[in-house]
Design a protein around this ligand. Sequence first.
Ligand code: MRU
Length: 328
Amino acid sequence: MLTLEWKNDRVSMIDQTRLPGELVSLEAGTVDEVIDAIKRLVVRGAPAIGVAGALGVALAARLNSDPAAVHAEADRIAEARPTAVNLRWAVEQVRPFIAAGPDAVLAKALELHAADIEANRALGYRGAEWLLERIPSPVNVQTHCNAGGLACVEWGTALGVVRALHEKGSLGRVFADETRPLLQGARLTAWELDQMGIDHMVVVDGAGPTVIVRGMVDCVVVGADRIAANGDTCNKVGTFPLAMAAARAGIPFVVAAPESTIDVATPNGSAIHIEERDPAEISDWNGRRITPTATPALNLAFDVTPADLVTIIVTESRIINVAAGERP
Ligand code: MRU
């Protein structure tokens, strides 16, 4: 199952706001619709928004004959969400093809689409092998947010490692944090694990560290939205407490991400722009206000795990042994 694809001159995306209740696609035929889908988390997860952005530029190239106008649309797409570096990275990958016309832009975007699948498979198997060299089977895993097939074109990064363990018959149970406020863990990770027939449980975000320090898991495996040059890793808010708990419990904290998530132009985590989303995502529930009307909410969508809490970063081409002092 592909999370997103180019279909009938449109960007077709599984509408992740409707899962797990309904599996339906949204077909974006304009650049505004692609940007809106990225902002509303119809399509989400760093690699998936990167590919959506590249396909969005392909759409812009089809709709505008003036290259300057396509460049302006590419700028707007790259700014749709600020934290995941994959979005800007992918837009910059297709940008040089604008001058050659819409077919060239689309060909490059489709190349990124295919490469994402390959990268995830490679990093998934590499991460699983690394774990199995250190942890006796079956391996119990804690994860956060959704770094599964839905966050990529397919397969997944953190859940790519989980899938590879499952394929090898070496996976125990997966604990998925529910991931407040938009519940990517409870809605999307649980849906993917259920589809794959994997033993799993959802816990509230605050319970994640307890699951870890009580010895219920052997490792933490998460994705990333941006990895700085010093190894500081930005991911969905709530990841950092898991890393602290993993250090306390003495278990590996594994970051699974493609090379395109590594941003050597960002020196460290404090230089990463953390997206602040609509406070209503926190203060309202099911269309109803749950906090006192005068109480403001600060909706930080991501946090930064300092490199000294990261054990390894696994990518499609290498293992970066951060705990041993290696850096991206
Ligand atoms: O706000 P989201 O749902 O786009 O956040 C997604 C995450 O934080 C993922 O863990 C990250 O993008 C890695 S996805 C392979």
